[in-house]
Design a protein around this ligand. Structure first.
Ligand code: NOJ
Length: 673
């Protein structure tokens, strides 16, 4: 992997000059330290007032965050009063780094940095640093605790970080305590929010788009946001341990970055890579075994009650059925087959063995057969949330998979609490998930983490962390008693959960009937199912339906068999949260582009300028679109496929049905001859 780096370090030396020139000159009453984004538009000011530390943020001189408090309540004392700023240093950085996989190949990481040393003026003289990084598309900051005598092992009871928003913006969020983040994101004004998870996405009345989240959540609790009394100030609310503490800390240690994307439009939210930039660079030297790809699975059949996870007459994970899926995967170019329900323990979803198969599943035979056909088994570890049952078996279970050529494992933590007491977003969970990722590296296993803690960009450091759930995925269209995901759901999640990283949403339903639960079903057209493969990024992308339903529909299935899961460029052609989004992506391994466009419950016309295509080249556009009369409620199946020639000067305007969509493959005409 090549890294292109342009550094402007020369830290400390310049800091005093820089500080005097930029910091003090920007003072507007009171003592304020200031750092600006590289383009000079976003400004962060930090001040110390009556022994308390505050920060404020503006863009182009318009306030984004008013004076917002920083600090902590510790178990036996406060760490937000009697503080002074003892030193300030500045730095700048500009590099371009290459992603092992992603929505684009290269990422620009360009920021200005300000580091403030904070110390108690009296008492124990405890200290911490505040590190701010300001990018052109937002900022991040974190607290850093150096090793010191009077602050070694300590317990955080509350992190007081505030976001005093400058207006009562429209927000999209889910409640903080919803199980595994599997909720519908609802619009609300800030003053009507309860405690919510991040990412919290906002639209201001000036047309700015903001998203508060965090980056690099390591040995800490996830951040949620809780409203303050004044209505537009949100305060950090860390997920507690079952015993009430928030975080057990041991210095030296840092908090995760508290981040905010500040974008001029919806596209800016989707294209911001601030969260990834605030994670540490890749720690895996040889990444040849990390392979994005498409997979199918013995999966939807269980959710539709055609199969069972546990062994018996309707057992899905039999050797014979797995071979059938492997044959299909091999024929249609899928990289893997996920097999759920292969191992003992599904009778009570608790006492899982991760090494013992049910008698009708022969791991040796299916992996031998898969190797012959060029298809990998994707492993499955459902824990039922019983971490204490999983961790002692993990090394042996990973060894088993490695020895049988398995290179990806889907993990799962169904249940409201881990080990019956800890939340999926608390420090206990964060540390467990990290242990899984790091252990998986040793065994060269990619991870697809279901029921995770909300992702925070760790895939930059551990690119074997491929994808995660943490979203109300397509499985809800099989069994949710509210009828399934409403059509607008997929036009909201790219701008909310999607900002936290890849989603294993598992699109691709081709048969919309539901014998097990007739009132519940996928609420889209078939064309929209195809478009989701582009819109919802996941480097392991599942085509989730049963293979019979693909065999019955070969024409639209062609799109799924062509659509890659790893990209070199991403373009957002148009977007409106909750209404529509149109995205084009260039394949990482060819010159082909793919587009996906989706609408919520309203019919509309997709509008896409093709100026991302190579100039002066004619492309064949193979278009999969809603046919006449298509409608997500009454006629989800009608779909037309057409081919036209286009160039970079073309504009595509295509009708979309209610709950519909469009999927397009662009191939260079010359490449076809
Ligand atoms: C919930 C997961 O999201 C789903 O994909 C899986 O099939 C079941 N748990 C069983 O592990």
């Amino acid at each position: 992997m090549s890294i292109i780096t342009i550094n402007y370090p020369k830290k400390i030396i310049y800091s005093i000059i820089f500080y005097l020139a930029i910091g003090l000159s920007a003072c507007t009453g009171g003592f304020k330290d200031t750092v600006m984004s590289p383009d000079g538009k976003i400004k962060i000011q930090v001040s110390s007032e009556d022994g308390q530390i505050y920060y404020a943020v503006s863009k182009s001189d318009k306030p984004i965050l008013n004076r917002s408090l920083l600090g902590f309540v510790l178990q036996d004392s406060d760490l937000y009063k009697g503080l002074t700023i003892t030193d300030v240093t500045f730095d700048s950085f500009n590099e371009t780094w290459e992603q092992v996989w992603g929505e684009e190949r290269f990422v620009t990481n360009h920021y200005n940095e300000m580091k403030l040393s904070i110390q108690e003026a009296g008492g124990m003289s405890r200290r911490f640093d505040l590190l701010f990084r300001v990018f052109n598309d937002g900022f991040g900051f974190r607290y850093e605790f150096p090793e010191q005598e009077n602050l070694n092992d300590f317990v955080i009871m509350d992190e007081l970080t505030e976001f005093a928003l400058a207006g009562n913006h429209t927000t999209w969020s889910i409640p903080y305590d919803i199980e595994a983040y599997e909720g519908l994101y609802r619009p609300s004004s800030i003053n009507a929010l309860d405690t919510v998870c991040t990412p919290l996405t906002m639209e201001t009345s000036d047309g700015l788009f903001l998203a508060i989240h965090e980056a690099n959540l390591t040995d800490y609790a996830a951040m949620n946001l809780h409203p303050r009394n004044d209505g537009t100030t949100l305060k950090c609310y860390l997920t507690p341990w079952s015993t009430g503490e928030k975080v057990f800390m041991k210095a030296p240690h840092v908090t995760p970055w508290r981040t905010m994307i500040i974008a001029d439009n919806e596209a800016g939210l989707l294209l911001s890579r601030l969260m990834l930039n605030l994670n540490e660079p890749n720690r895996i030297e040889d990444t040849s075994w990390i392979q994005p790809g498409r997979y199918i699975g013995i999966w939807w059949g269980m959710h539709m009650k055609e199969y069972t996870w546990e062994t018996g007459p309707k057992h899905g994970a039999t050797t014979a059925n797995t071979k059938r899926y492997i044959d299909f995967a091999s024929k249609h170019g899928f990289d893997g087959v996920l097999v759920e329900g292969w191992n003992k323990g599904w009778e009570d979803w608790r006492s899982f063995s991760f090494t013992e198969s049910y008698p009708d599943f022969d791991m040796v035979e299916v992996t031998r057969y898969g190797a012959e056909k060029g298809v990998k088994l994707i492993g499955h570890h459902e824990t039922g949330g019983w971490v204490s049952n999983y961790e002692p078996q993990m090394e042996e279970a990973f060894t088993l998979y490695r020895d049988h050529g398995v290179n990806a494992v889907k993990t799962g933590y169904v249940g409201t609490l881990l080990d019956g007491k800890e939340m999926h977003s608390g420090q206990f969970a964060v540390n467990h998930y990290r242990k899984v990722i790091e252990t998986a590296v040793k065994y060269r296993l990619m991870i697809d983490n279901h029921e995770p803690v909300m992702p925070t960009g760790l895939q930059r450091t551990y690119p074997n962390l491929m994808t995660m759930e943490g979203v109300r995925g397509q499985e809800w269209d099989a069994w949710s008693n509210d009828g399934g995901n409403p059509p607008e759901h997929t036009t909201i999640i790219p701008f909310t959960r999607g900002l936290a990283g890849p989603m294993d949403f598992t699109p691709g339903t081709f048969n919309f009937t539901n014998k097990a639960m007739p009132g519940t079903r996928v609420q889209t057209t078939l064309a929209k199912q195809l478009a989701l493969f582009v819109v919802l990024f996941s480097p392991l992308q599942m085509a989730s339906d049963m293979i019979e339903n693909y065999e019955a529909n070969p024409a639209p299935f062609e799109f799924i068999t062509q659509c890659p899961a790893n990209w070199s460029e991403t373009v957002v052609a148009e977007a409106k949260i909750g209404e529509y989004v149109t995205i084009a992506r260039k394949d990482r391994n060819s010159e082909n582009w793919f587009a996906g466009s989706i609408t919520a419950e309203n019919a509309r016309e997709m509008f896409m300028q093709l100026d991302f295509l190579d100039k002066g080249v004619t492309y064949k556009a193979r278009i999969f679109k809603d046919g006449k009369g298509a409608h997500y409620e009454t006629d989800p199946y009608t779909l037309n496929i057409e081919e036209i020639e286009v160039t970079a000067d073309s504009v595509l305007v295509i009708k979309q049905a209610p709950g519909g969509g469009t999927a397009i493959i662009f191939t260079k005409k010359d490449d076809l001859q």
